[in-house]
Design a protein around this ligand. Structure first.
Ligand SMILES: [Zn+2]
Length: 175
């Protein structure tokens, strides 16, 4: 449980509906780099594999650059940016100073959250079941919950259906 304190402090969004999803009007592509930092390539590959597994369809998210930044407001772990009409250009920025504090699963949950915005066009889903967030798209990083229920959270991310997760939670709590 050692990450709880950190994660509540450094959520991807602050408590009062501050959003890590930015929609910016522009007529030209404002992105400074169109490639993704090597640190994120494994998570992107996992995301594409999981998408195919859960939806039996293909997705390619390599047109969404993911890179580190030191310029995000301090409460954000990461953020998705849409630029231009019809979300023409997209990119994800990850807050450098928090990345090293996250373990592998928490890093994956963060990248999946941001790809949930940028690749799946999902908004936040802040419902809870027995105090567990029911979605990786919660405004707060779901932290250690992802380590226990990663399959269920992945399923919800791609299908919007959190029944598998709530069933697993109920089963665990009633044992
Ligand atoms: Zn978000």
């Amino acid at each position: 449980m050692k990450f709880i304190g950190i994660l509540l402090l450094i959520t991807s969004c602050a408590g009062n509906q501050v959003n890590d999803l930015f929609k910016i009007n522009t007529d030209s592509d404002p992105r400074k780099t169109l490639t993704t930092d090597d640190a994120f390539l494994n998570y992107i590959a996992d995301f594409e594999i999981d998408y195919a597994y859960y939806l039996n369809a293909e997705i390619n998210v390599h047109d969404i650059p993911i890179n580190f930044t030191n310029e995000l407001e301090k409460e954000y772990l990461g953020a998705c940016y849409y630029y231009g009409e019809k979300r023409k250009w997209k990119e994800i920025k990850i807050n450098t100073k928090y990345w090293t504090n996250l373990d592998e699963q928490q890093r994956k949950a963060l990248i999946y959250h941001e790809l949930g915005h940028c690749a799946l066009n999902r908004e936040h889903k802040d419902d809870y079941h027995r105090s567990f967030p029911v979605s990786i798209m919660n405004s707060y990083h779901i932290g250690v919950n992802y380590e226990k229920y990663s399959g269920e959270y992945d399923y919800e991310l791609f299908t919007h259906d959190h029944s598998e997760l709530t069933q697993s939670i109920d089963k665990d709590l009633e044992l």
